[in-house]
Design a protein. Structure first.
Length: 118
C-alpha cells in the first residue's frame, strides 16, 4: 500500500510563540482575545474554542511589546475546539515596521524557548 504524502501550502516557516503573543480578533459577530500558537510572515494559528468559517475575513489587533499591529487575514484551516489557521491579507501600512520587528524578534535563534516549525 502506498502512503499518501500531504504537502503543506505554507510558504514560510512558522515559529512557536512560547512567550505568548496575544491577539484581539473579530470574525463577523464573533470576537475574542486569543493566544497566537505560532506565527510567520504569511500567517498564524490562533488558539480558541470559537470558530469561523473557511475563507471568512478576520480583523486582528496584536498585543505585543513591539507596539500596536493591526492586520486582516482569511481563515484557511479550522481545528474544532483548538483554533484556526489564518493567512494574512494585509497589515496596516503604519504597522508594517512593527510587524517586521516582531517577526524578527520571534525568529531570533538565541532564544532557546522558540522552536521553528516546518
Amino acid at each position: 500500500m502506498k502512503k499518501q504524502v500531504l504537502h503543506s501550502r505554507r510558504h514560510g516557516k512558522r515559529v512557536e510563540t512560547a512567550h505568548g503573543v496575544w491577539a484581539l480578533w473579530k470574525c463577523g459577530r464573533t470576537e475574542d482575545t486569543s493566544r497566537v500558537r505560532d506565527l510567520s510572515a504569511g500567517g498564524l494559528f490562533i488558539e480558541t474554542s470559537k470558530t469561523c468559517a473557511i475563507d471568512a475575513n478576520v480583523e486582528l489587533h496584536f498585543l505585543v511589546e513591539d507596539g500596536e499591529v493591526r492586520a486582516s487575514a482569511t481563515v484557511r484551516y479550522v481545528s474544532p475546539g483548538s483554533g484556526f489557521g489564518l493567512q494574512f491579507k494585509a497589515i496596516r501600512h503604519e504597522d508594517q515596521a512593527r510587524f517586521s520587528t516582531m517577526i524578527k524578534r520571534l525568529f531570533q535563534p538565541h532564544d532557546e524557548h522558540k522552536k521553528v516549525m516546518p
